[in-house]
Design a binder for this molecule. Sequence first.
Ligand code: GLN
Length: 500
Amino acid sequence: MGIDMKLNELTIKQAIEKLDAGEITAVDLARACLDRIKEVDDKIKACLTVCEKEAIEEAKKADERRAKGEKGGLLGIPYIAKDIIMTKGVRTTAASKILENYIAPYDATIIKKLREAGAVLLGKANLDEFAHGGSTENSAFGPTHNPWDQELVPGGSSGGSGAAVAAEMCIFSLGTDTGGSVRCPASFCGVVGLKPTYGRSSRFGLISMTSSTDVPGAITKTAEDAALVLQAIAGHDKYDASTPEEAVPDYGEELKNSPLLRGVAEGRGVLAGLKIGLPIEYYGEGLSPAVRAALEEAKKKFIELGTELKDISLPHSKYAVPVYYIITPSEISSNLARFDGIKYGFSEPEAQNLLEVYSKSRGKGFGREAKRRIMLGTYALSAGYRDAYYLQAQKVRTKIKDEMDAALREVDVILTPTQPTVAYKIGSFTSDPLQMYLEDIFVIPASLAGLPAMSLPCGFDAGLPIGLQLIGARFDESKLFQVGCQYQKATDWHLKKPSL
Ligand code: GLN
């Protein structure tokens, strides 16, 4: 650790060591992050709400708990949550005008778990409205800027969460990933993004986008930190029937005693015996030369670490984007029906009758992308089209899932680029949403299949970060952490920081 390293620059692991040793307090740590937010967020616009007073209060409580002998975990660690995750008493907007002044009456389960663990909520991060997008430009409150170059997007939809970690405004952040929204900003901002297995972390208290693929996840500075956050947020929740009852593994313990590390004793690479699958379809056309070159370097690194690389084929991947963009709008059209001007959020005061309450509240409250998806979804689900579109898409989705599950019985993890390019200029795709949808090509299959996936920094193109993606078998996050940690021990891409 550098001598002049500021507290907000610490990883979770480093911060916990200092807190446990009594070298710093949780209040010091929260203040350092809050100061950093004040220093840089005018330029980045990662935060929609900063709850300074509450954060200091929570930090004091964490210090009191530590004084009574509690240690470790996330006790006293400051974080920022994507503003689609409900936080009791603190505004939750989903970056939509329709929820501009909404204060949630309860905490999402993952927020509740973090409160119990003693993590300190600093504020709420910007996103694409209702998480619809891959650039954070669809926010009703303006775009977030990439810390590496403020003319560029930070990725999305958890762009505020990605930018906040990259700009060291917090020690970690929470995002949600429905079709890449944690992994994409992690890739564009040069940080780590973990989408857990569908059901590993509870969806209760998220404002639903696509209920069959929504997963809350972590954005961190290292793979090791991602394991610490998942440990705190994972597990069964009686309010989310998709969370299994089995106990969550001890990821820290599994990292220490990784069966993958047996090669070391035998004088082979640290990951000897590990099989990595390379889907040929992910390395075809459309990949930028710099991303391709960075992935080639990463492959060499994995060979040095002792892994066996194996070409595999996932031929149905090419249908993932069209399938996703039928299923997602269909579920969105249903999930957004609750914003009707009556139950929650904005209600048009000038409305003359019930129909006008609906049409004017929704007409003014939703942005263009939300409306586009409501229309596409309503169409795909309507009588006469449902079988041709929605049902057909579900059948192909099952093929994609089966094919990925089968591949992951042959290999331990799948290695792909996270995004086909590095971050692009704000406004690049404003008039061509379809082109932007295609950017999701590598992240969507794992979402449709419900598999865990993690993006890690693996290089740069003209000063802009590139990410690689590791996809694991269902509920095998542990292997992603083991592989990710070893990769980060052997590389320093994650240590490079933007100058702001
Ligand atoms: N870019 C994808 C979309 O627009 C992903 C969104 C997400 O994961 N929330 O749907």
